[in-house]
Design a protein around this ligand. Structure first.
Ligand code: SIN
Length: 542
């Protein structure tokens, strides 16, 4: 069956939902969620949304902090655009009913938290469950909207591309796997918007949910969209270290409220640094890594026990209860933590309206690189960026589709060759590839890199990629195979980008090139796919 809509959005986090709620005034919107609609990075975001709301704050300060964090690579126009729209975005969310935490004496005024790299208190939050609060309100609005359809268990595979008479290649939709039935069908639309979030699952340890497999990035890349700055992967300094949980974040807001990082012997890890525990994330994560290597320990600790227990329970209810359920009372004992992959600062290169270089293809949120983050994202700038870019892209896409005719089945390219079918060993081999990629990315392309480690990773990646491509060509497609194929693309792009940057800057630290080299590398790393596919349709499950 062929499905049609004006806008086809992949992803149901803040970027996708916000886009849908704005674009709905200009046409029909279909939103695809590969699992449940709430299975998003947004839903896990604890810290908040950075915006200039305080009496002691100015837009210029937020711009300056963002540029400092980006280590010379943030684009000033992107920074200005996103920061300036911040207060309006917060007001819109308040008007929609998002329950941000308010000041004790002024119930109408949001309380402002502090995170690393911010020179002022400017983090709007809903205690330590900010993303969840935003997701709930926007998700309910989208669900109730007659012009928006949310389809869960629908996994995007690849774009359906068409070449116009003037030679322009553009997407007219996507091949989508319905994971409930196992069938793949075409979803046609006048504009396709990738809002799939990040790719933390490319690393063994991550704060991201299982679905963060870089799907939009890989889909865009295969279709010829440029990517930029993929070497800049942000490792959050404080992921809970506990055998029973894999990806629980301990928000930077804990350090914003006085939490201190200590080693096994109680030594303060950030002692002597001018910004102490609130230094930028790259600095803190590297300091933790160095401490663990020096002491031989597998983790460090975050200690907030000096604050009153009632304050901790009220300000960090999610962290408190989650840790307590694992036997850690954070009001009385330090929290074991380790750095883990958290945020992809690079992505599909877009302009300030979310357009990729593929006409009719938009990317918003973590999957996109607007130029805001540069070499290191400032904490809590990403939900803000997602809101601002969704708003801007909705206007640009609405304008663009006015001159587009509705695609129909005659536009769909023929299917390539069929498939052989399942082999009994397939599942084992796929999970082997998953594990292999995530381990070597952690070991060779993690916090500390070198030319030698990157070369080893590149060699392993070549082998794994050809194995996965073989699977994709020859076997019936399932959800797992789609994800591992995408993760392989992301891993490859990270390795290749990191290999090209022969310096250390922000989140890219190389033992072979330990210094920053502005003369040669004060620029984005942009990669272009030399052979984008024109027919992007698998056949086995049709
Ligand atoms: C956090 O709460 O520490 C995460 C905030 C962010 O990554 O922006």
């Amino acid at each position: 069956m062929i499905r049609k809509s004006d806008f086809l959005v992949v992803g149901t986090g803040v970027a996708g939902l916000c886009f849908a709620l704005k674009a709905r005034n200009h046409g029909s919107v279909v939103l695809l969620a590969k699992k449940s609609a709430n299975d998003t990075n947004t839903n896990l975001a604890q810290g908040g949304i950075a915006a200039v709301m305080g009496n002691d704050d100015l837009l210029e300060y937020h711009v300056e902090d963002t540029l400092d964090s980006g280590c010379g690579l943030s684009h000033p126009d992107a920074v200005k655009t996103v920061v300036e729209a911040g207060p309006t975005m917060i007001k819109e969310l308040l008007d929609l009913g998002v329950p941000f935490t308010s000041q004790v004496d002024h119930p109408d005024v949001p309380e402002l938290g502090r995170e690393g790299g911010h020179s002022r208190r400017r983090i709007i939050h809903a205690k330590d469950m900010t993303g969840q609060a935003v997701q709930k309100v926007l998700g309910e609005l989208a669900e109730a909207d007659g012009n928006v359809e949310i389809l869960e268990k629908h996994q995007a595979l690849d774009l359906i591309l068409k070449t116009d008479p003037d030679g322009t290649r553009r997407p007219i939709g996507l091949w989508v796997l319905d994971t409930a039935t196992g069938l793949i069908s075409p979803f046609l639309a006048k504009a396709v918007i990738l809002a799939t979030g990040g790719s933390g699952k490319v690393y063994l340890y991550t704060t991201n949910p299982d679905g963060a497999t870089g799907d939009g990035l890989a889909i865009g890349w295969r279709a010829g969209a440029k990517v930029s700055n993929m070497e800049f992967v942000q490792f959050h300094p404080t992921c809970l270290y506990h055998p029973q949980t894999r990806n629980f974040l301990i928000s930077e807001a804990v350090r914003g409220e006085g939490g201190r990082l200590i080693d096994f012997e109680g030594r303060a890890i950030m002692e002597g640094h001018p910004q102490g525990d609130l230094a930028l994330r790259d600095v803190v994560a590297l300091a933790i890594d160095a401490s663990m290597k020096r002491t031989g320990a597998e983790n460090v600790f975050l200690d907030i026990t000096h604050k009153p227990a009632e304050f901790i329970k009220d300000r960090f209810p999610k962290i408190y209860t989650t840790c307590l359920s694992l036997g850690i009372d954070i009001t009385r004992e330090p929290i074991p933590v380790v750095p883990a992959a958290h945020y992809q600062c690079g992505g599909l290169e877009v302009d300030l309206d979310g357009r990729t270089n593929v006409v009719g293809l938009y990317a918003i949120g973590e999957v996109a690189a607007t130029g805001l983050h540069g070499a290191n994202r400032l904490a809590s700038n990403s939900l803000l960026e997602a809101l601002v870019m969704a708003d801007r892209a909705s206007k640009a896409a609405a304008q663009e589709i006015r001159s587009r005719r509705e695609p129909d089945s005659s536009d769909i390219s023929p299917w390539p060759d069929g498939r052989v079918g399942h082999l009994p060993s397939e599942a084992v081999l796929i999970s082997h590839s998953w594990d292999e990629i995530r381990r070597f990315m952690w070991n060779y392309v993690g916090l500390v890199r070198s030319d030698q480690r990157l070369a080893m990773a590149a060699q392993r990646m070549d082998l794994v990629k050809s194995e996965i491509d073989d699977f994709f060509r020859n076997f019936e497609v399932d959800a797992d195979l789609i994800e591992v194929r995408n993760i392989a693309v992301v891993a490859d792009l990270i390795i290749r980008s990191a290999t090209l940057r022969k310096e250390s800057r922000g989140l890219h630290y190389s033992l072979s090139w330990p210094n920053r080299d502005d003369a040669r590398f004060l620029r984005d790393t942009v990669l272009e796919n030399p052979s984008p596919r024109s027919i992007l349709a698998p056949a086995g499950n049709l």
